[in-house]
Design a protein around this ligand. Structure first.
Ligand SMILES: NC(=O)c1ccc[n+]([C@@H]2O[C@H](COP(=O)([O-])OP(=O)(O)OC[C@H]3O[C@@H](n4cnc5c(N)ncnc54)[C@H](O)[C@@H]3O)[C@@H](O)[C@H]2O)c1
Length: 264
């Protein structure tokens, strides 16, 4: 029986599909019958039902190779999900210990900007070139509520997410005439992923907020009107819907999937 989202045979590239939200997106799309290509530097686990192409999305030449490989094989790319991201909690200024490992440095800045923003820009460019030929396509950019509100200890991470939301709105204006929709999705605080469960991330976040790891975790639910963390599937299902033709009049906007944590 045809599923109401009708994603059968849609060809979708998802970046960072080996872990966390990206993995949930690959699974959701796969269950709905889409052909999913996971582009990641980390291979997926065994028994994952997805096509995997190893790609460092910060390198423009690897992006070009990825897009040519997928287009060469399938003759179309229906959707791109710019999901991969990195988050290093850093203070702009560490007044307690200047130049500590938790004070923002150039390498942190470059790492977050290149994975979170540069990759999405040049992947969107390469994929949109193909979508324009077919006069259809959908680009989803994974933003974050931190980009809308700001986040103590995460000034550059939040800035990259804000950049993605803004990028979404501008390219939607440029690409609409070719039948290409562009939407940003803003998750809030979710059940743990590789990104948010690592000791490096939690230690840094606790330091930058002058608190303990336990206190960081215990405050989360209270800040969410629905009173619980988001499930990765909840973000993934929103992405599948936005890719589907059921969302055919949604473009140039930011879809908030945060349990009400923010309203913008
Ligand atoms: N986890 C959350 O609560 C949360 C909240 C808001 C927004 N987000 C956003 O959702 C997205 C996914 O987050 P997550 O928590 O699932 O992350 P994650 O760390 O669990 O997974 C990220 C994936 O991206 C891949 N990746 C990193 N650098 C790459 C590169 N150079 N080339 C190719 N792949 C690369 C990693 O290998 C990994 O598989 C990110 O953009 C993140 O900012 C997450």
């Amino acid at each position: 029986m045809e599923h109401w989202m009708d994603l059968e045979k849609r060809v979708v590239i998802v970046t960072g599909g080996s872990n966390g939200i990206g993995r949930a997106i690959c699974n959701s799309l796969g269950r709905l019958g889409a052909t999913v290509i996971n582009a990641d530097i980390t291979p997926p686990g065994e028994n994952e039902n997805m096509e995997y192409i190893s790609c460092d999305i910060t390198k423009k030449e690897e992006i070009e190779k990825l897009v040519e490989a997928v287009y060469g094989r399938y003759g179309r790319i229906d959707a791109l999900v710019n999901n991969a991201g990195v988050n290093r909690a850093r203070l702009l200024v560490d007044a307690k210990e200047p130049c500590s490992k938790y004070e923002l440095n150039e390498e942190d800045y470059e790492a977050m900007m290149s994975v979170n923003v540069k990759s999405a820009v040049f992947l969107s460019q390469a994929v949109a070139r193909k979508m324009i030929i077919h006069k259809q396509g959908v680009i989803i950019n994974m933003s974050s509520t931190s980009g809308a509100r700001g986040s103590a200890g995460q000034c550059i991470y939040a800035a990259t997410k804000s950049a993605l939301s803004s990028f979404t709105k501008s390219i939607a204006l440029e690409l609409g005439k070719y039948g290409i929709r562009v939407v940003a999705v803003t998750p809030g605080i979710n059940e743990k992923t590789a990104m948010t469960s690592s000791d490096a991330y939690m230690d840094a976040l606790a330091y930058t907020r002058n608190t303990t790891k336990e206190a960081v975790d215990s405050n989360y639910e209270a800040s969410i009107p629905l009173g619980r963390l988001g499930r990765l599937e909840e973000v993934a299902d929103a992405v599948s819907y936005l890719i589907s033709d059921r969302a055919s009049y949604i473009t140039g906007t930011v879809v908030n999937v945060s349990g009400g944590k923010t309203t913008d």
